[in-house]
Design a protein around this ligand. Structure first.
Ligand SMILES: *[C@@H]1O[C@H](CO)[C@@H](O)[C@H](O)[C@H]1NC(C)=O
Ligand SMILES: *[C@@H]1O[C@H](CO)[C@@H](O)[C@H](O)[C@H]1NC(C)=O
Ligand SMILES: *[C@@H]1O[C@H](CO)[C@@H](O)[C@H](O)[C@H]1NC(C)=O
Ligand SMILES: *[C@@H]1O[C@H](CO)[C@@H](O)[C@H](O)[C@H]1NC(C)=O
Ligand SMILES: *[C@@H]1O[C@H](CO)[C@@H](O)[C@H](O)[C@H]1NC(C)=O
Ligand SMILES: *[C@@H]1O[C@H](CO)[C@@H](O)[C@H](O)[C@H]1NC(C)=O
Ligand SMILES: *[C@@H]1O[C@H](CO)[C@@H](O)[C@H](O)[C@H]1NC(C)=O
Ligand SMILES: *[C@@H]1O[C@H](CO)[C@@H](O)[C@H](O)[C@H]1NC(C)=O
Length: 355
């Protein structure tokens, strides 16, 4: 009996100690007293005595009693502390708020159980640490609207479990790393509103699970790779506002699930291929000065139609003339006949004219 109680006590102490290590980090993050039980804080979830989920709306202005996810933070800025990397049981880390400042600490790469990492609307002017490429369980990475600079680290190509990758609305530059070709489980990829350069990698055509691809508002140049036509699940392809050249590949006509194709404001030439037109979807190609407004086929059809119209018109006129002539002839003949019939049989003629 005594042994059992002792055991329970030991377990309780152990659990508390584990949670306390984690809570030391959370309390520092939130500016709370070190003795606080962080597991009862709004936005903090503990599982088996460890912090497993952090979901904080850090912006004071957004925080209110009605927001059950938020936390009141008295400091003006919210810093993502390197100590967060010690929360090895963390599975979800969401931080949202325009008071998030500083950089993303490389120590976050130690969170080997992390499944989702989302940092939104902060003021992070530093690059993405390459260490995030060590988060081998990561399925969702969203670092958007955070003013992040630098290039996309090639190590992110190692995050092969990624389904959602949103790096939109930052200041990312340089080309897309070759290693991205390994992200074969991607369902949603948003790189829009950055300063990315180079071509759209043909390897994207291997992302057969992709549903949304948004690369709008960058500086992507060169041709649209025909390999994109292999993305059989794709519903939205947004390549608008770039510097893409060449013509639209007819292979895009294979995208049977496509709902919208946005290619506006580029430097594309040629016309919309008939394979793509057949898709019966919204296609925006406005703002491509070199693109032909009408296809040659269209012009040929119009020309043939005009020629046919003129021919029919002249034929009709000629027919009318012939008809008129014939009528004239007929009436001439009739008047001759009537003169004759008048003299022969007066009654027959009057009855036929009164009909
Ligand atoms: C927590 O993280 C910090 C900074 O990354 C490190 O210096 C410290 O040793 C860690 N503490 C524990 C208990 O692991
Ligand atoms: C994490 O990634 C960095 C850079 O990508 C690498 O140098 C480091 O060895 C990695 N650490 C671990 C523990 O895998
Ligand atoms: C990706 O992972 C492999 C194997 O784990 C490793 O050898 C390589 O250095 C990693 N690449 C990057 C860019 O971190
Ligand atoms: C697409 O995947 C195949 C098979 O893994 C590979 O051989 C090919 O090089 C990839 N394509 C591109 C353009 O990376
Ligand atoms: C990118 O495109 C997708 C699909 O059209 C859309 O849902 C998303 O909001 C776009 N991203 C931005 C930053 O507008
Ligand atoms: C395409 O992406 C841009 C972001 O650059 C967005 O504003 C626009 O709404 C997207 N278009 C569609 C139809 O989703
Ligand atoms: C992908 O598309 C390219 C070009 O359209 C084609 O040559 C290739 O065979 C396709 N690959 C697969 C796996 O469908
Ligand atoms: C084209 O799409 C519209 C609505 O998106 C639909 O009503 C119409 O039947 C479609 N036409 C063809 C030929 O598929």
């Amino acid at each position: 009996m005594n042994i059992l109680i002792l055991l329970i006590n030991i377990i309780t102490i152990l659990r508390f100690t584990c949670a306390q290590n984690d809570c030391d980090v959370i309390n520092k993050l939130l500016g709370k007293k070190q003795s606080d039980d962080c597991c009862s804080e709004k936005g903090i979830t503990c599982t088996n005595g460890h912090v497993s989920k952090i979901q904080l709306t850090t912006d004071k202005l957004i925080l209110s009693d009605s927001n059950e996810l938020g936390n009141i933070i008295s400091s003006k800025y919210f810093y993502i502390l390197p100590e967060l990397g010690n929360l090895t049981n963390l599975e979800y880390l969401y931080l949202n708020g325009n008071n998030i400042k500083g950089s993303i600490p490389p120590e976050l790469g130690k969170l080997s159980n992390l499944v989702q990492l989302k940092i939104q609307n902060g003021i992070i002017s530093d690059p993405i640490p390459p260490e995030l490429g060590n988060l081998s369980k990561l399925e969702e990475l969203e670092l958007f609207n955070c003013q992040i600079t630098g290039s996309i680290p090639s190590s992110l190509g190692n995050l092969t479990k990624l389904k959602h990758l949103m790096l939109n609305q930052n200041k990312l530059s340089d080309v897309i790393p070759f290693e991205f070709g390994k992200l074969l489980n991607l369902e949603e990829l948003d790189l829009s509103r950055n300063e990315l350069t180079g071509s759209i990698p043909p390897g994207f055509g291997n992302f057969t699970k992709l549903i949304t691809l948004n690369m709008s508002d960058n500086k992507f140049s060169e041709f649209i790779p025909p390999e994109l036509g292999n993305l059989s699940k794709l519903e939205t392809l947004n390549l608008s506002r770039n510097e893409l050249t060449g013509s639209i590949p007819p292979e895009l006509g294979k995208l049977s699930n496509l709902k919208s194709l946005l290619l506006n404001n580029n430097k594309l030439s040629g016309s919309i291929p008939k394979e793509v037109k057949k898709l019966n979807i919204t296609i925006n190609v406005m703002g491509n000065p070199s693109m032909k407004k009408f296809s040659i086929l269209y012009i040929v059809i119009i020309v043939i139609a005009i020629i046919l119209f003129v021919l029919i018109l002249t034929a009709f006129r000629n027919l009318k003339k012939i008809h008129k002539k014939r009528k004239e002839n007929e009436s001439n003949r009739l008047s001759i006949n009537s003169k004759n019939s008048n003299t022969l049989n007066n009654g027959t003629f009057t009855s036929s004219t009164s009909q």
